[in-house]
Design a binder for this molecule. Structure first.
Ligand code: ADP
Length: 499
């Protein structure tokens, strides 16, 4: 970050698809856009060109302190603390409506800032709206239980909000990652401080302005642009933050957990990395399975924590599937995210581009067969061709480590037992896919895979109502569905002596 005393708080942007709007650039604290206390700013880069397109204000620990005070006051003393659950739900639904009205602008910002395909960005914004509608509907349906013990007592539980929730999100689905946390947290009555990823700060700032328009009281939603080691670490260790919900790498997840343990033992939800298997059995509908494995790995330029990056194909159909998949992957159009024919945009940053390319080099050195791709697309920006390695063995790092790019590893399996063993040969456990026409084979594999989600004859089939989260080193706690409410409430027991 650099120091800039006179950086603006708003700037007119004209995006490559002609959309013009005013972009907020400040930190959103207590309902206002403000500069950081230490007047730091950092550059915003367009991944399709590698060029700087603007600068936003960056938060330091001092700003996290200010935001934490605002969020704490809003939680205990502000209008939010006195609002009925129905009114809270209505505000959340109002925000959903505003997102819908601003769909084109938000999707354009997302595509511009992240490098993702505009049509896919529209899908992200649509998912944000659905999340707000789903959790807005929950706001007045969160309640405890009456628990009978003895005739002389009356006992009940309440599901109370936790307080100030810290949220730290990555850049792959910039706004969607925010609302995966914001929507359930607000439904439960919490207040929040959210730090966006330093690569993609723009869309959340625009949404912050919409939250003000919706009528959320000051201090309920605080959005900080900033870096992990400064603002992120300050949130994870802050004594006024009662819960931290983190999405990102397993390495940083460990640090967040450590910071939570060493500060105030704040509650934690971790949604971490993955190396999800896709298992294609010999009785699968090959044409459909190939469509799913293609979308499963190459959607969002391979930058999905759930990406189906390990592809296991039954021996008898292996050659046929590899050929069909290669052909399908080569048909993916890579390039300008705003072109309607494009399926794969840019990687988010130069650092990610370099990381993915170094894994491709590693795969070649490890002895895997490079079937297609493996190189840059075009001459500027961070584009990588869809890359498929075959003959990959379990010990290779490209089979074990999360690459987070358009690169997948294919290998064979003999029978169902072998498929399950290979599917489970990972420290991760986020998601998995099975392709077969046999219900009993599908269920046998689904029951034995150690993963938070099993998709059968589909992949990345998310819904606001379906819980999502990890087994193993992919984390714990669930986002989406009713299960997400557990992460943003705590149970209070009230026991009355009637005798
Ligand atoms: P990625 O590799 O996808 O960028 P990271 O785990 O590095 O994933 O980053 C995810 C989020 O965590 C980002 O918002 C980043 O700024 C933040 N972050 C990075 N380091 C830390 C840290 N030490 N403490 C808290 N947050 C961090």
């Amino acid at each position: 970050m650099s120091s800039s005393a006179h950086a603006s708080l708003f700037q007119k942007f004209k995006l490559p698809n002609g959309v013009e709007y005013e972009q907020p650039l400040g930190l959103f604290i207590n309902g206002e856009f403000v500069p950081g206390k230490e007047r730091k700013t950092f550059d915003v880069v367009n991944p399709t060109t590698g060029k700087v397109v603007g600068e936003v204000h960056g938060a330091t620990a001092a700003d996290v302190d200010i935001a934490a005070d605002a969020a704490e006051t809003a939680f205990y003393d502000g209008p939010w603390s006195r609002m009925s659950s129905g009114e809270r739900g209505r505000l959340i639904l109002k925000l959903a409506d505003l997102l819908e009205e601003n769909m084109t602008t938000l999707a354009s910002i997302e595509s511009f800032d992240n490098g993702k395909v505009f049509q896919q960005a529209k899908g992200d914004i649509y998912s944000c709206i659905r999340l707000l509608q789903y959790f807005g509907g929950w706001a007045d349906k969160i309640h405890g239980k009456v628990i009978e013990t003895s005739p002389g007592s009356f006992n009940f539980t309440k599901q109370e909000p936790i307080g100030v929730c810290g949220m730290i999100v990555p850049w792959n689905f910039p706004l969607l990652n925010c609302f995966l946390k914001i929507a359930p947290a607000m439904a439960c009555g919490n207040t929040l401080i959210l730090k966006t990823a330093e690569q993609t700060p723009l869309s959340a700032l625009y949404a912050a302005r919409l939250s003000k328009e919706a009528g959320f009281p000051p201090g309920v939603i605080n959005i900080l642009s900033g870096f992990g080691k400064t603002a992120g670490a300050a949130i994870a260790s802050h004594m006024k933050v009662q819960k931290v919900s983190f999405t990102g790498s397993t390495a940083v997840g460990r640090q967040v957990m450590k910071a939570a343990a060493e500060s105030n033992l704040k509650k934690i939800t971790l949604e971490l990395g993955g190396k999800s298997p896709q298992i294609i059995c010999e009785d699968a509908d090959i044409g459909r399975a190939v469509e799913w494995i293609n979308a499963g790995i190459f959607y969002n330029s391979g930058q999905c924590c759930s990406a189906g990056s390990r592809i296991y194909v039954q021996e008898s159909i292996y050659d046929k599937v590899v050929e069909a998949f290669k052909k399908r992957a080569q048909a993916n159009v890579v390039g300008d995210p705003f072109d309607e024919t494009t399926f794969q945009g840019a990687q988010v940053s130069e650092a990610q581009y370099n990381r993915v390319m170094s894994y491709i080099e590693l795969g070649k050195r490890e002895g895997a067969r490079l079937e297609i791709g493996g190189e840059r697309h075009g001459s500027e920006g961070y584009f990588i061709k869809p890359t498929v390695f075959s003959n990959v063995t379990e010990d290779m790092r490209i089979m074990q480590e999360e690459i987070f790019g358009p690169v997948c590893a294919i290998s064979k399996f003999k029978d169902v037992e072998d498929a399950i063993a290979k599917g489970n040969a990972t420290k991760y456990g986020l998601a998995s896919g099975v392709h077969t026409q046999s219900l009993s084979t599908a269920m046998e594999i689904a029951n034995k895979l150690r993963a938070g989600t099993v998709w059968i004859n589909c992949f990345n089939a998310f819904d606001a109502a379906l819980p999502f989260g990890g087994y193993g080193e992919s984390g714990f706690g669930r986002e989406l569905g009713k299960a997400a409410l557990d992460g943003y409430t705590q149970t209070k027991t009230v026991s009355i002596n009637l005798s």
